[in-house]
Design a protein around this ligand. Structure first.
Ligand SMILES: [Mg+2]
Length: 331
């Protein structure tokens, strides 16, 4: 079974109905609203395992703390929620030093402060094999959440930022280039080690009333776009020339488009907007946020296709991003 199949199995067999659950399994985060409460609360869990999701030699404990929290805040951003609280479950070898623990939690705290999130608890355990961190992040939603399922045929597809940058950083690390020789390499390494969750853009987009569907990109566009399409019951056409790929990677013997489609760990937002509102989005989207780029459209047929630009022949999009149960490991 692949990751999607396991999620579907759990969802079908074990998701119970509850009047407080607005959205359960299957989106970037769950959405809860208690009787009488004014706002929705958004909850997500994500874990990082040593030698599966990261290698200890590739990032400092502070960077690891940052990344472990960032991947969770990114899921809150994908719903449009503002981060408020988080808990940390940490398993580590008994030999870990006090300084390492301080740095790890310091990395989390620094990122959390930027978005107003507060540590409220967790759990500790001893691990016989490396470090495992599982974080649960809780966000508050003043408006309506943005779901993966809201997309309609004809919607324009957008992404924030640059795609493939974090994957280029991973390639550099695997080549032993952990310092970075120039600004572009340092940028790729930073994207890989300390991804920036798009919380401000996410909550602006959700509140704008212009966005119909949204998710964050964690496993690569070729893996994540099919998830948005499946939830929205649409297909999609991507235009490769429009994808904001990390072009610098081309000079390092990497293929920027392949990194953008299959690389993963970008933690940018993917979202759809009705074609009639795309102009307004582009006019009103704050210039201080990471830029947004049109990369394609949602289509009525359920297929996923990619072409160079509108009007030319398209070929099927091959799903080859990251799946925990299909590839041996990311690192
Ligand atoms: Mg997500």
């Amino acid at each position: 079974m692949d990751e999607n199949g396991i999620v579907r199995l759990i969802q079908r067999r074990f998701q119970a109905k509850d009047s407080s659950v607005i959205r359960g399994i299957g989106d970037d985060a769950a959405v809860l609203r208690w009787a009488g409460a004014r706002n929705n609360w958004v909850i997500t869990t994500d874990m990082l395992l040593e030698d599966i999701d990261f290698r200890a030699s590739w990032l400092t404990p502070a960077e690891l703390g940052h990344k472990a929290l960032a991947v969770n805040l990114s899921d809150l951003a994908a719903m449009g929620a503002a981060p408020r609280f988080y808990t940390v479950a940490l398993a580590m070898p008994a030999t870990v030093a006090r300084k390492w623990i301080e740095s790890l939690y310091g990395g989390m705290a620094k990122l959390a402060r930027r978005f107003g999130a507060v540590l409220i608890g967790g759990d500790l355990s001893r691990s016989p094999m490396g470090v495992q961190i599982s974080i649960t992040a809780i966000g508050e939603m003043t408006g309506k959440p943005a779901y993966r399922s809201g997309g309609r045929p004809g919607d324009v597809l957008y992404v924030t930022g640059t795609l493939g940058c974090a994957a280029a950083g991973l390639q550099l690390l695997m080549r032993g280039q952990s310092q970075g020789e120039n600004a572009a390499q340092k940028r790729a390494l930073a994207a890989q080690r300390t991804p920036q969750p798009r919380c401000d853009a996410g909550s602006w987009l959700a509140r704008s009333g212009l966005v119909r569907s949204m998710m964050d990109l964690s496993d690569g566009l070729s893996m994540d776009l099919p998830r948005l399409c499946a939830a929205s019951k649409t297909g999609a056409v991507l235009y490769s020339e429009q994808i904001p790929a990390f072009e610098a990677a081309g000079k390092w013997g990497m293929d920027p488009i392949e990194l953008a489609l299959n690389g993963g760990e970008d933690f940018e937002l993917l979202f759809s907007v009705p074609a009639s509102k795309a102009g307004r989005l582009e006019k009103t989207y704050p210039s201080t946020f990471p830029p947004i780029t049109r990369i394609g459209v949602l289509s009525p047929s359920r297929s996923l296709r990619i072409g160079a630009h509108p009007g030319v022949r398209c070929i099927p999009l091959v799903r080859s991003g990251f799946d925990h149960f299909q590839k041996a490991q990311r690192s």
